[in-house]
Ligand binder design. Structure first.
Ligand SMILES: Cc1cc2nc3c(=O)[nH]c(=O)nc-3n(C[C@H](O)[C@H](O)[C@H](O)COP(=O)(O)OP(=O)(O)OC[C@H]3O[C@@H](n4cnc5c(N)ncnc54)[C@H](O)[C@@H]3O)c2cc1C
Length: 514
């Protein structure tokens, strides 16, 4: 392939050497692809130059933030465009509007740090906040444990700016009128509602957010979660929330799938801001029975639920009381199956147990069992959580995979880490079977394959099976409308002809960041 020179007038860095391209071929998720160029634009003008050149040469562009995304949307064979270096601007916090303007490359943790100095916070911070960029969070509609109470990032973005598929700057939201290109999209989309309804899930980062866009009329909402396929974001205006006065945590041991579903549904009426669960294999592998406070809960547990409350002291007490044993309608009447605390240090300690599994899972790699994320983010209606977990156990067992499962129970969003024995000859076949059967399971339960990580390249070929032909057709219309030449992240969300979900799957012993 002939070398691709940078566009004329380009002032950033343009890496075409083998070493730089090889290093750019790796990201946090289990996928890998070597780009033709790894480019670092120095500003908005540079970005416009690259997009115009890519468009005229027909070279795909892959926007990248910190590269912590899981399903391969941050990888590709064309030009990987890094936004993480140059777009580091951060405005002072606007205390009246409770907002801040952050460049696409700023990390989520940095935004939160600046906000905290003013008694404010960005509530839906993902657990990858230390690394992941504002651009990546917006592009994936990222979320965190507290999104149960505060929603995903889409609720916290007032407006975005960037460059479109023609290389022209755009600005959406923030009180601006709807741009003509969105008026034209409205005319293009069928006015008749599709026969199948939008999935009844509490959170979603699959497909294009036509639900939020059509309900709000705000173009920003369609851009959020578009995974670099409709435009490249350079800055976002983010909304902030006051830090709560007090916090309280309740842990409940759950003994069956039915109890898990009941508690996931019930949690929504308790005022909890987080409702997480750790599956039985997680409890074993993280050796939570060795912790004196947890031992009585973990013994015989099918899962452990963590519910967090925050607000004034009265509000926290009310939440803890609402979930105490013996309340009418409560699933847990056994006092030995729950503990609670309002001690800040104990709350931190209990949350930190959730992180205990990661190094232990990583250690499994030494035995040739690599934690491989390919069904890592499915979401189902919370009332179907138990059915999903039971179905999943069966699918994984028949494929012979051990798996560590945890997630955002209240949102029905389950993170699955199958430990794939990559030295076996048929691991790829078994991965494919598990992906296929899980897709059927999720579609049957009315869920989607991505609650917060996006579709990427992995899930794009499965989109029509989950969403049905009519929604899929509309998603394709959105893509064709804003990027008719398919320059921006082709193969992400909307699949290319013949695209294989497992293309580029290379589980690695050491993934980054761990
Ligand atoms: C240890 C670990 C923990 C995680 N925990 C969570 C969690 O709690 N919650 C959660 O939601 N996710 C989590 N993730 C996944 C990941 O961190 C998020 O998806 C994050 O939002 C990705 O941000 P990034 O900057 O790394 O984006 P990248 O990985 O670089 O890119 C992700 C996608 O966004 C697009 N993109 C990136 N920047 C731009 C831009 N400026 N303009 C347009 N498109 C862009 C890319 O093209 C790609 O499709 C975790 C990942 C890891 C490794």
């Amino acid at each position: 392939m002939k070398p691709l020179p940078p566009p004329s007038g380009f002032r950033g860095t343009w890496h075409t050497g083998d070493r730089a391209r090889s290093s750019a071929s790796r990201v946090s998720g289990p996928f890998r692809a070597t780009p033709r160029v790894y480019a670092v634009p120095s500003d908005l003008d540079d970005l416009g130059r690259i997009v115009r050149m890519a468009r005229s040469e027909g070279v795909p562009l892959v926007p990248r933030g910190a590269g912590t995304g899981m399903p391969g949307g941050n990888l590709g064979a064309g030009i990987v465009l890094s936004l993480a270096e140059s777009f580091q601007q951060l405005s002072p916090v606007d205390l009246e509007a409770r907002s801040v303007r952050a460049g696409a490359g700023v990390s989520g943790a940095r935004v939160d740090e600046v906000a905290r100095a003013h008694g404010l916070t960005l509530p839906p911070l993902p657990s990858s906040a230390r690394w992941c960029s504002v651009g990546g969070m917006v592009a994936n509609n990222a979320a965190g444990a507290r999104s149960f109470g505060y929603g995903a990032i889409h609720r916290w973005v007032r407006g975005v700016e960037g460059v479109d598929a023609s290389g022209e700057p755009f600005a959406l939201g923030g009180g601006r009128p709807k741009p003509p290109s969105f008026e034209a999209l409205d005319d293009r989309l069928p006015s008749r509602a599709p026969a199948s309804s939008w999935p009844d899930v509490r959170k979603n980062s699959s497909g294009y957010a036509l639900d939020r866009y059509q309900a709000s009329g705000d173009p920003t909402q369609l851009f959020i979660g578009s995974e670099g396929t409709l435009g490249i974001m350079t800055e976002a205006e983010l909304l902030l929330h006051p830090i709560a006065e007090q916090r309280g945590l309740r842990l409940i041991s759950v003994r069956s799938a039915r109890e898990a579903s009941e508690l996931a549904v019930e949690a929504a009426g308790t005022g909890a801001v987080a409702c997480e669960f750790l599956g039985h294999r997680f409890l074993e592998i993280a050796r939570l029975a060795d912790d004196a406070a947890l031992a009585p809960l973990v013994r015989d547990a099918w899962a452990l639920f963590l519910l967090e409350f925050e607000g004034t002291a009265d509000e926290v007490a009310e939440g803890l009381e609402a979930t105490a044993p013996g309340r009418p309608g409560r699933t847990t009447d056994d006092t030995a199956r729950t503990i609670h605390t309002t001690e800040p240090d104990e709350i931190e300690r209990l949350w930190s147990l959730r992180r205990r599994a990661s190094p232990l899972i990583a250690r499994e790699a030494e035995r040739g069992r690599i934690s491989t994320q390919f069904i890592e983010d499915c979401v189902v209606p919370p009332a179907r959580l138990g059915e999903y977990l039971v179905g999943l156990d069966e699918i994984l067992a028949s494929a012979g995979f051990d798996a560590v499962i945890f997630g955002h129970a209240g949102d029905g969003n389950v993170h699955v880490n199958p430990l794939v024995d990559v030295e076996s000859s048929d691991w790829r076949v078994r991965v494919r079977t598990v992906l296929d059967e899980t897709t059927t399971l999720v579609a049957g339960l009315g869920g989607t394959m991505a609650g917060e990580h996006g579709d990427g390249r992995l899930r794009a070929p499965l989109l029509e099976r989950i969403w049905g032909a009519e929604w899929f057709h509309r998603f394709r219309q959105v893509k064709d409308h804003f990027d008719p030449r398919g320059v921006l992240n082709p193969g992400v969300i909307i699949p290319l002809p013949g695209q294989d979900p497992l293309d580029g799957l290379h589980p690695r012993k050491r993934s980054w960041p761990t």
